[in-house]
Design a protein around this ligand. Sequence first.
Ligand code: KG4
Ligand code: ZN
Length: 416
Amino acid sequence: MITLGIETSCDETALALIETRGGKYRVIESLIHSQAELHSVYGGVFPTLAKREHSKNLVPLLKKLLEKSEIYATSEDGAGTKIPTTLTDEEFGSAMAALTNLLALKNSDLLESIKGADFLKKIPPIDQIAVTEGPGLEPALWVGINFARILSTIWKIPVVAVNHMEGHIVGSLLQTDKPYGTWQKLKELPLPAVALLISGGHTELVKIETASETYKYTILGRTKDDAVGEAFDKVARLLGLPYPGGPHISKLAHEAREKGLASLIKLPRPMIGSNDCDFSFSGLKTAVLYAMKKIPTKSEGGTADNTTSQQDFKAGLAREFEDAVAETLDKKLRRAIDEQNAKAIVIGGGVSANRLLRERFNKTAEEYGIPIFLPDHHISGDNALMIALVATMKSSPESDHDASKTLHANGTKKLS
Ligand code: KG4
Ligand code: ZN
């Protein structure tokens, strides 16, 4: 079975093709078009701009995906794949007419880009479409959903709705060290496991249990205010670093450690002692705001070159911020492992790219003597591979699972 994955929940437009057969999968192709640079002037993701960019990018990205993957060529043994056929102008025209009503008002720019996309007339051997339904930015999610509906209408294939956070969990079980095209198995996850999901919009601890073929999720705790990635991005802004702030803070903090620079100001570890698995990061961000008021002025610099002392001050603060985040996340992760008697740890979401956090969580797993599943670096951020993969776990070729009529963007969609 071949699945096309579509991901547009935030500022990455991503598409992927995977094939699954007999409990194994192979990545055919995966493409990500990041809009981060465009959003950086706003210091965060600007939803209307994200919507416009996804609408503009999806059609050319799909064309590139289909070409690069050579999907139209017959597969090695042809098993389970459909023979590509071409729609006549009339057939394409009537599919477009059906879509015009659906999209004219809501997503006219996406509709326009579809009209000129003659390559869509050639039906690729794809069996189903997987699309992120939420959580995320609703205007951005709708573009991916509408695109899935369009392709489903033109190619007459079903759509599976996928939860973005489940994508991040399953993404950490992918083996991506082998070249695309290699048949592989998902890493085996001992259950029950605890997942720590850390992204720009989420900070959650989740219990993963088995439920027949798929997983069952229970939220153990979550942030009461800002997500950890959001805190990284906001603190980066306070320190004068560009969006997305996580990698920049991490780099600055690393330099501070190398130079032995410590912060003169101790930041709080919010909710670290609370009797639950919840988090809070907005107070930490505010503490950085107040700390920045103490940045050495020209007269207090202590050195002839005042910019150096200001830079050192910021580096020390970045280090202290990262330490505070690492301590808090780790403490709650340990609490969840203890309470659930977890047999494995899964870390997912964009913040899992952070070096210090990876080291710390690896050490925790080692101390507990349980395996840890971290996403490979190139899929720690948003991608469509993880979305396609979740759909394959939820559907079989025989099942009647078309969600194309009921799809609805859900910005706060929960794991279940
Ligand atoms: O999962 P993701 O790509 O998008 C969402 O679903 O939100 O996560 C993006 C977040 C951003 O806040 C970004 O600053 C953060 O991940 N991030 C990092 C690092 N790389 C990305 N945070 C800390 N350290 C990093 N190295
Ligand atoms: Zn994400």
